[in-house]
Design a protein around this ligand. Structure first.
Ligand code: NDP
Length: 445
């Protein structure tokens, strides 16, 4: 394979999908050497078959708002690759959603799911519908309309969606209810379900907790620990909240949280009580992060900015793609940050990754460090198949084992001659090899 040629070809065939090109470029650049050690891969054009999704569903979603107006949105499901297990990946509801973004996420998901050691293929879906500012009744009607179409493409042994940006327990509940009504089947067809109807304990916490378990494993390679370290966190959603919770449990000090309008910085650190208030603002009231200052006026709120220019030891980007650019990376390095672990998917731009790697600081890509969410989704599928529920301790222990195992694999495949661990290369090569071997064994399709 000539990675550059493959990427050029994909750019020509699928223009206007910059996030998809970016994700493919990052992976191909790091697996090229390993791929070319296996001439049998190229003989069956494995690389194109791995980069181009198995299939894409696109559909119109029609629903009625509270005023009686008929609204339309686009719905999508990308079934990227099912070589190692049923398609698996989240659903995103956000106004920015388009085909290119979902293709990047489904591509990444394939490698991430492979890394977890669980039998899951890669997929992603969503809509340009934003739950922000909508009533719960509107969200429910939208979810029911979305599932009217998606139901026919998913199933417990075929494709099992989950949550992502804009899709939490409420939305998964409505989608599950709709699937059940349309099919008359009670099946483990979505993960992230409520605990009363087949959800797994620790699933809401899993992505954030897993990111911090991964961070702890990275720090350990340098004889460092989280205790006493100041941590910049972006986002204030599911991933960010539980990352902050685990940082606190391990003795670290979260300093910032953010949403798409701006960030808060608390010079005294965000403690348990303050984090509870953030949970209340975001989960109960579905409010904005700036409301933090109503109760804690010693903090500052910076409108329209990202938290990366504050001084700290660790950064955890947990909001969205491309939220940490080269300029921000330079500031973090200059301010003495020793580790960056991604809770979000592809939050760091290619230029920023280079800054971290050139500075030889610890840096992990989301497909490794945020794999805890899909891992516990995989465990939810196992529990649904067994028709049993495991305890929090059991699930948490399995999550910890998986995150440490992913870390070990990154070290195994990503350690460079000078001893620096290139976690991007480690994650990509380890994730790729398993999928490639499965595809080779299953014939050409
Ligand atoms: P949520 O919807 O719960 O939270 C997203 C947070 O990010 C919100 O604070 C939101 O602010 C902010 N945000 C969203 N879009 C933007 C933007 N364009 N610019 C700045 N801030 C933004 O989502 P999750 O926490 O579930 O997901 C966060 C990231 O983690 C995503 O990249 C997702 O793909 C990834 N991820 C999630 C997993 C999960 O289990 N949920 C699993 C693995 C990865 P606002 O309220 O203003 O929209």
């Amino acid at each position: 394979m000539d990675a550059k040629k493959v990427i050029e070809n994909l750019k020509q065939r699928f223009p206007n999908e910059p996030e998809y090109h970016q994700a493919v470029e990052e992976v191909l650049g790091t697996i090229e050497e390993e791929y070319n050690k296996h001439p049998e891969f190229d003989k069956v054009n494995l690389i194109e078959r791995l980069c181009i999704p198995d299939r894409i569903y696109q559909f119109r979603v029609t629903w009625m708002d509270d005023k009686g107006n008929i609204q339309t949105n686009m719905g999508y499901r990308i079934q990227h690759n099912n070589a190692i297990g049923p398609y698996k990946g989240g659903i995103r509801f956000h106004k920015s959603v388009n085909l290119g973004i979902l293709k990047f996420l489904a591509f990444e998901q394939t490698f991430k799911n492979s890394l977890t050691t669980l039998p899951m293929g890669g997929a992603k879906g969503g809509s340009d519908f934003s739950p922000r500012g909508k009533s719960s009744a509107e969200v429910m009607r939208f979810c029911q309309a979305f599932m009217l179409e998606l139901t026919r493409h998913i199933g417990p042994d075929c494709d099992v969606p989950a949550g992502d940006i804009g899709v939490g327990g409420r939305e998964v509940g409505y989608m599950f209810g709709a699937y059940k009504k349309y099919t008359r089947q009670f099946q483990g067809v979505l993960t992230g379900k409520g605990i009363e109807f087949g959800g797994s304990l620790i699933r809401p916490e899993a992505t954030g907790y897993g990111t911090v378990y991964f961070l702890r494993a990275m720090l350990k390679t340098k004889g460092q620990e989280i205790k006493g370290k100041k941590v910049l966190i972006s986002g204030a959603g599911n991933v960010a909240q539980y990352a902050a919770e685990k940082v606190l449990q391990l003795g670290g000090i979260p300093m910032t949280m953010s949403d798409s309008d701006g960030y808060i910085y608390d010079p005294e650190g965000i403690d348990r009580q303050k984090l509870d208030y953030i949970f209340e603002i975001k989960q109960v009231n579905r409010g904005r992060i700036k409301e933090y200052l109503d109760k804690y006026p010693q903090a500052k709120y910076v409108e329209g900015q990202k938290p990366w220019f504050e001084k700290a030891d660790i950064a955890l980007p947990c909001a969205t793609q491309n939220e940490l650019n080269e300029e921000a990376a330079k500031a973090l390095v200059a301010n003495g940050v020793i580790a960056v672990a991604e809770g979000a998917n592809m939050p760091t731009t290619p230029g920023a990754i280079k800054v971290f790697q050139d500075a030889k600081i610890l840096y992990s890509p989301g497909k490794a460090s945020n794999a805890g969410g899909v891992s516990v989704s995989g465990l939810e599928m196992s529990q649904n198949s067994e028709r049993l529920s495991w305890t929090s301790e059991e699930v948490d222990a399995k999550l910890l084992w998986i995150m440490e195992n992913i870390h070990e694999n990154c070290v195994k495949y990503g350690t460079e001659a000078d001893g620096y661990v290139n976690y991007v290369k480690g994650a990509n090569v380890a994730g790729f090899m398993k999928v490639a071997k499965a595809m080779m064994a299953q014939g050409v399709f």
